[in-house]
Structures are given as C-alpha cells and as structure tokens.
Design a protein around this ligand. Structure first.
Ligand SMILES: CC(C)(COP(=O)(O)OP(=O)(O)OC[C@H]1O[C@@H](n2cnc3c(N)ncnc32)[C@H](O)[C@@H]1OP(=O)(O)O)[C@@H](O)C(=O)NCCC(=O)NCCS
Length: 213
C-alpha cells in the first residue's frame, strides 16, 4: 500500500501519540538548524547535533530525530555501555543504555502531545526505553542484556534533572559530583522493569558497547 509522506519521512511512531521518529540524518536541514538553548550544556548539544558529531566515531550509537506534524522536535543518541551496577559503588558490571546526548528544540520544551496528553520528553524516553536490549559483540553474537538507562547531566541543569526525576531516574549518589569537560556533572540511572516494553517500533542496529572504567 502507498505510504503517505508522514510515514515515509518519519517511519516510526510512539503508540498512542502523534510523536514520530526516524534515524538522524547528518545532511538534513533540521540537523543543521537544531537549537535546544543557549546554556553551556545546551550549546554543547547544539554543536554535537548540528555538526553531525555521531558520524565517523569509533562507536556506533543509535541516533534518532523526533518529529511532530512534520516539524523536528529533538534528537537522542544512545549506546550500550558496561558500568558498575547498581551504582558507582557496585562490585559487578552490567550493560546500560547510555544516553550520550539528548535535546529538544526550544519551541518544543515543556510541550505536550495533544493525542496522548503526555509531555514530549516522556514520549521520547518511552521510545528510548523500548529499544531492543540485546548487546552484541563485533561478530553479532548476543553478549548480554541492558539493565537500565544511564546518563550524565550537568549539575546546574536543574530543568533536565527535574525532568529525569519525574521519569523515574535517580541520582547515582555513589558517583557524586565530578568534573567533566570543564563543568561539573552527575550520573543518573533508571533500572528497567524485568519485562521489556514493546510499545514503540524500535529499529535494531548492531552496536559495540563502550566499556566503562
Ligand atoms: C532536558 C530537556 C530534554 C527536557 O525536556 P523538557 O521538555 O524541557 O522537559 P519537561 O518540560 O517535560 O520537564 C522539565 C521539568 O523541569 C521543570 N523546570 C523548568 N524549568 C526549570 C528550571 N529552570 N529549574 C528547575 N526545574 C525547571 C518543569 O516545570 C518540569 O517539571 P515537572 O516535570 O515537574 O512539570 C530539554 O529541556 C532540553 O533539551 N534542554 C536543553 C538540552 C539539555 O539540557 N539536554 C539534556 C542534557 S543531559
């Protein structure tokens, strides 16, 4: 059957909502025009997105752009990373889905999807949480399962921290505040329920996990 422009331009939908997503395209004008703010942490993400910073790296991350009614809402980038578990003081390591960059365009921050009545930030994280959890080695063999989401956030980025807390993330108190690229940061984690969410249509790609310290 013929697919409309919306379905071909934004192939994946987040069920129950109008929010859709696609693989981030380094050559798209929406990539070059991305603007999530002027704070130092926002400028860092603007630079990563607009310069297609995920291309040509020694890792393969999942790179997504989210769209509403044909307009670009924002970007998210994630990859498996093996980290101490269940926090920085843990003596074992597990694979996490590490959200390395995430930003919502200024005009969509704080916005709600009319169909679901949910925040766009909530829907974006639902899509990330529903990504396949298998971790592969370079030969394509499954070497583990991701146990949760992790991210680093600037200590002063109170808006993002508030948003993540609302979504069920907790500060990694064992890691505490640490210096990173000239700013102070914290880690936050959200452990998955045992049951995999299967709501969103999640594209699969083979990624090689980064190994933490
Ligand atoms: C972080 C980001 C993705 C969150 O998306 P968002 O749409 O702004 O988030 P939401 O509006 O759903 O949630 C923000 C929460 O912080 C609150 N808030 C807004 N401004 C705030 C501030 N200055 N200080 C503290 N809380 C603030 C909001 O009221 C809301 O609280 P609630 O959940 O209790 O209603 C988005 O703001 C963004 O892209 N920021 C710039 C880039 C960035 O910081 N990326 C994250 C890097 S880790």
């Amino acid at each position: 059957m013929f697919k409309g422009t919306r379905e071909t331009a934004w192939p994946w939908k987040i069920p129950g909502s109008n929010l859709r997503y696609r693989s981030a395209d380094p050559d798209s004008p929406t990539t070059a025009d991305f603007d999530c703010g002027s704070e130092p942490w926002a400028e860092e993400i603007n630079e990563f997105v607009s310069s297609a910073g995920w291309v040509g790296k020694n890792y393969t991350c999942k790179a997504f752009e989210f769209g509403l009614d044909g307009k670009s809402v924002g970007f998210a980038f994630a990859l498996p990373s093996k980290q101490r578990h269940p926090d920085y003081a843990g003596t074992t390591k597990e694979h996490y889905q590490f959200v390395i960059y995430l930003g919502i365009n200024k005009q969509f921050q704080g916005a709600t999807d009319l169909k679901s009545g949910e925040r766009l930030s909530t829907l974006i994280f639902r899509a990330i949480e529903s990504l396949p959890r298998d971790v592969f080695d370079t030969s394509g063999a499954v070497i583990g399962q991701m146990v949760g989401l992790m991210l680093e956030v600037r200590e002063q980025n109170t808006r993002a921290i508030r948003c993540y807390e609302r979504l069920g993330f907790q500060k990694d108190e064992a890691r505490g505040v640490f210096e990173s690229h000239g700013m102070t940061s914290i880690w936050m984690r959200k452990l998955f329920d045992a049951r995999q969410e299967t709501g969103a249509i999640a594209p699969v790609s083979v990624s090689v996990g980064l190994t933490g310290d």
